[in-house]
Design a protein around this ligand. Sequence first.
Ligand SMILES: Nc1nc2c(ncn2[C@@H]2O[C@H](COP(=O)(O)OP(=O)(O)OP(=O)(O)O)[C@@H](O)[C@H]2O)c(=O)[nH]1
Ligand SMILES: [Mg+2]
Length: 440
Amino acid sequence: MFSSQDKFEKLADDAYRRFAPVAASYYHPFKRPSVTSGGAPCMIFLGNHSSGKSSLINWVLGGEPVQDVGLAPTDDGFTVILYGETEADVCGPAAVSRLPEEFRELDTFGDAFLQHLKVKVRNRGLLKTVTLVDSPGMIDSADGAVSRTYDFEGVVKMLTNLCDVVFFLLDPDKPGTTGETLSVFAKCIAGIEFKLRVLLNKCDAFSGMYDFARTYGTTCWNLARVLHTKDLPKIWTVYTGEERTGSPLDLTDFNRHRREFLDVLRDADSRRRDNVYSQVVADLLGLSIRMRVVNHAYRALFGFRAVFAAFCALVIAAAGLLVWGVMSARFGFGNFASVTAAAITAGLGLYAANALSRIAVRMKRESLAGLVNDIFAAEYSRETAVGSHDNLRQLWGELSDKTAEIVRTAPLKLPLFGEYGRRRLDRALVRILDAFHAKK
Ligand SMILES: Nc1nc2c(ncn2[C@@H]2O[C@H](COP(=O)(O)OP(=O)(O)OP(=O)(O)O)[C@@H](O)[C@H]2O)c(=O)[nH]1
Ligand SMILES: [Mg+2]
């Protein structure tokens, strides 16, 4: 049967396709360019090398280990582990074709990245409800100039956008101190903190309470420097494998955190629903806000150009008439000579008006770019008058700089067509949100 969740995802996917050209013309790249209707939720494991990402994945999947584990850096690429009755491993460019459609954009990272992509199809119960992504551990190379052969941060950014939960693993030896980890935290995790789950792994390895307290403190210290949230995220203290007894530390609370971690994995469906919802809102409502502000600025600009053109036409006509009148009446030139002189005057006037108009429009665009916040406030005065509408303001906060840049420099387009497109987009968004709330 066609569930409301499927309907919501199908409508969202249709809207992504329909409005992609409009989004491109307003320089608003979608964070999630498509939604695979009815697709499986997806969770990614990031973290330091040897923090236990692959071991944790093997543990939650059960049975034969799917991923290699080891003390030295083991994984040098990304592995997507998904459900299929016939088990298979696919590497390189062919791997992308095995992924759900929303992952196809990974193609854009080129061959160097695709050589580091692997898809493992496994017949395991858990994978029916969630797809897991293992990642290469983050390392500081001895030579700081040596980097990966592909855009690692770009790939992580795209995957964290697509995945519904991002597990970030830290281990007691290196609690978030490698440069690459800090850089990924700062650049890629910003804006998606809501799906971040920080796991302090290998908690069975602490030699005592002091050891644990010191590591926990260092972890918080490092996280605070890179996460731009008011509150520290919850840190789950976990370990891999069977429940241990006889450890120098009482593991009761760690066992509780492990159960909560497993609950997050089992509750993957609702994580996906919330994630797709927030991305659809950010993408489509964000586009609508940008269109409304840009169209408003363009309307003002076209009005200004019309008034300027009318003024110039009047001045040119008056100058032409004056030259014709003076030449024929005052100096007694013949009609042909007077008309020619008037035409030359008008031509020169047109040339000057054109040059002046370019300067005036540039200055007007500059001043409108400085007013985008006022335009937003005017356009959304009704919405923001009722309730706090933090969501609108937060979205605008992310969009305002780029929007000002578009008003200042982008090629002009007719605001009339833009407004027509925005109304279609708003109607599509209402239908999508109705389908989402019908599910609840
Ligand atoms: N004591 C303890 N050791 C663990 C735990 N989880 C993993 N390990 C060990 O940590 C080492 C690294 O584990 P991996 O799973 O390969 O770590 P990884 O994060 O996948 O490493 P890379 O793929 O290199 O980034 C292995 O020797 C594991 O046996 C744990 O919960 N407790
Ligand atoms: Mg690994």
